[in-house]
Each structure stands twice: as structure tokens, then as C-alpha cells.
Design a protein around this ligand. Structure first.
Ligand code: HEM
Length: 333
């Protein structure tokens, strides 16, 4: 979680947060407030009195106000720092490629098109979309790999072949070898991550609300205000979609006879949504998860601390484990 938060801030907003290293106290406080506030948003679905508590500034809703103050102060400070940078050197700033810089440049061209509050919401949207999803998927990935040691070994071999031509190198050199080209050759790793998402989709249920009366493609009528959801978690385990071995973790199902990854229709493999609202960060997510997995698996072999332990899930917006995942890592060489 800490490293995916650092990474979304670096790539998305051009800011080094330092939460993983613990070097930024504000960053750590922001991460904590963000986690607490996300959990409280979910509790609101279960607590019929949350609005009254907010009005009376009481209990969890009083805490929520404190967390929101921390979150807002941090994000507005990031925006202010960027605006200051832009004021110092316009030409240099125009070369920046992160999302926040692009939004600020757009506002320079068309003043008044959006305010800082709008930009704050964009940033938080990206943090929500891009942090827990990849962090959670990597945890499930580690869990299924601990139970499938042969898959772990095959990924380690593939990474070494694609990145260094089979040479044993240290972590620093391996990271330097993880080019776009090398990552693109890791078909088995891509398949193993996709298979993890089939069984443990980061967004297990996706809920929508109808804005107007409509008819679904199968003829079912829905009315304005109705809630409609699709459910990637059960869909990923349906035998009529995936065959009799639907419950099995089998990365090979995603590969053709030459070991090349073959994608499925997003209407069948729904972990990233489908159609116009498909996940905007899908490619980024795969790249990030492949880099993490490549470095960790080529260096270490992972086993469950307690070989017989199983992990369940918690009912949250994203698919979380119901307990910490205790693993033992041993050097591969
Ligand atoms: C395993 C990783 C991920 C999964 C499974 C995933 C899944 C999804 C899903 C299911 C949606 C649709 C939500 C809806 O119906 O409104 C979505 C939307 C989105 N995702 Fe991801 N996501 C992942 C990673 C990321 C990352 C890393 C980023 C950012 C870099 C990101 C950015 C977004 C954005 C901006 C949207 C909103 C798109 C829109 O509303 O048009 N996602 N994602």
C-alpha cells in the first residue's frame, strides 16, 4: 500500500511522497487519514445514523472531519507547490508529463475552467483508483503463488530470461534491465497476474445507479433510481464462462500454443470494467505489478509462514484479505 501510494503520487502528480521510506511525516499522516476516511465512507452504508452524527459532530463523524482536514491540507499543499513551480519557470513546467501539471497548464490556457477543489477531487480519484487496487492484487498474487511454487519458479525463470538473457544479477542491475521491451516479453507473468484478477478481482462488485428508465440488452427493464451491479468476483468463477476448472489457479489458460498471452473480451473478464468506463489505469497497473513481481520473484522464493493457513476476504469496496498474510522469503540463489 505504501509503495503503490508513493508510485501513484510520483507518476500521477510528479511528487515524491516518501511514505514507504517513512521520510515524509505529512505523507504518512495523509496516508493514515486517507485509510481511515475510506473505511468510514463504507461504514456510512451500514450506519443509518451517520448523518445525525455528522450534524452533531459526534463519534466517527467527528473523527471523519479531522481526517478530511488532514487530507485537504495535504492535497492543497501539493497543488500550491506545483502552482509555485509553474510560476517560477513556465517553459520547464510545460515539459512535465504528470496529470496534475497537465491540468494546471490547461487552466493557464483557459482560466476558470476548473478550480483547485476540482483538481483536488481528480487527485483523490486517482489515489482511490490506483492505490488499493494494485496493492491488493499483489497481495492475492503472493498468496496464490505461495500455494503454487511451480508457477513461482516459472515466473522467476521467465523474468531472468527476458530481462538479463538468463544471467544472474543483483537487484540494482535487474531493475535497470526492466525495460519496456523486457516487460513486454513476460507473457507468463502477465497471465499469472490476470489469473489472480480473475479469481480475486480488486473491484469485486461494481454498483451503478440508473439516471433514467432504460432497458438492459436482455430486455430487462430498469427504472430511474434503481441500483444495478455487475459482479466480477462470482463471474470470474463461473464454470459456464471458464470451464470445469474455473476455481483452479491456472495461468496457462491465458496463453496460446506459443506461450503468448491472449486477452479475453472485457465483457467476460470484467476485472477492469468494459465499454466507455473501462479502467483508465489498466496498462499502468500491469506495468507496476509486473515490475514489483519481477524484482521480488527473481530475488526471493516465498512460502506461507503457516503452510496450511488459508486467507478469506473482507467485504469492502476493494477486495482485501481478512487477516495479514504472513510469508517467509528466502533468497533464490
Ligand atoms: C489491479 C488494478 C486495477 C483494477 C482491477 C482496476 C479496476 C477498475 C474498475 C473496475 C474501474 C471501473 C469503476 C467504475 O465502474 O466506475 C476502474 C476505473 C478507473 N481506474 Fe482502475 N483499476 C486498477 C488500477 C488502476 C490504476 C493503477 C489507476 C491509475 C493509475 C486506475 C485508474 C482508474 C480511473 C481513473 C478510473 C475511472 C475511469 C472512469 O470513470 O472513466 N486504475 N478501475
Amino acid at each position: 500500500m505504501r509503495s503503490t501510494l508513493d508510485s501513484i503520487f510520483k507518476v500521477g502528480f510528479g511528487v515524491s511522497l516518501g511514505v514507504l521510506s517513512g521520510s515524509s511525516e505529512e505523507g504518512v499522516a495523509f496516508a493514515r487519514a486517507f485509510d481511515n476516511a475510506s473505511e468510514q465512507v463504507l461504514h456510512r452504508f451500514l450506519d443509518p445514523f451517520w448523518k445525525a452524527k455528522r450534524l452533531l459532530n459526534f463519534s466517527s463523524e467527528a473523527a471523519m472531519k479531522r481526517w478530511l482536514r488532514t487530507i485537504n491540507a495535504f492535497i492543497y499543499a501539493v497543488i500550491d507547490r506545483k502552482i509555485e513551480q509553474m510560476g517560477r519557470d513556465q517553459q520547464e513546467f510545460a515539459k512535465k508529463e504528470d496529470i496534475l501539471s497537465r491540468f494546471l497548464l490547461e487552466r493557464e490556457r483557459d482560466p476558470g475552467c476548473f478550480d483547485n477543489k476540482y483538481i483536488r477531487d481528480i487527485i483523490l480519484n486517482f489515489v482511490i483508483a490506483g492505490r488499493d487496487t494494485t496493492a491488493g492484487t499483489l497481495s492475492w498474487f503472493l498468496y496464490v503463488l505461495c500455494r503454487n511454487q511451480a508457477v513461482q519458479d516459472r515466473i522467476a525463470e521467465e523474468v531472468r530470461a527476458a530481462a538479463t538473457g538468463g544471467r544472474d544479477v543483483g537487484a540494482q542491475e535487474l531493475v535497470a534491465c526492466l525495460t519496456e521491451d523486457a516487460i513486454g516479453k513476460m507473457h507468463y507473468l502477465h497471465a499469472a497476474l490476470t489469473e489472480t484478477l480473475r479469481l480475486y478481482p480488486a473491484v469485486p462488485v461494481d454498483v451503478k445507479c440508473c439516471f433514467s428508465d432504460d432497458t438492459l440488452p436482455d430486455g430487462y427493464a430498469v427504472n430511474k433510481g434503481d441500483m444495478v451491479n455487475y459482479q466480477p468476483f462470482p463471474m470470474g468463477r463461473m464454470e459456464f464462462l471458464w470451464g470445469a476448472d474455473a476455481e483452479e489457479f491456472r495461468p496457462e489458460r491465458w496463453l496460446d500454443g506459443d506461450g503468448i498471452f491472449v486477452t479475453e473480451s472485457p465483457f467476460k473478464f470484467t476485472a477492469f470494467q468494459a465499454g466507455p468506463r473501462v479502467c483508465l489505469g489498466k496498462e499502468f497497473a500491469y506495468r507496476q505489478m509486473k515490475i514489483f513481481a519481477a524484482v521480488l520473484l527473481s530475488m526471493y522464493r516465498f512460502e506461507m509462514w503457516d503452510a496450511d493457513a488459508t486467507v478469506g476476504y473482507r467485504a469492502m469496496l476493494t477486495l482485501k484479505m481478512d487477516r495479514p498474510l504472513y510469508v517467509r522469503a528466502s533468497l533464490r540463489r
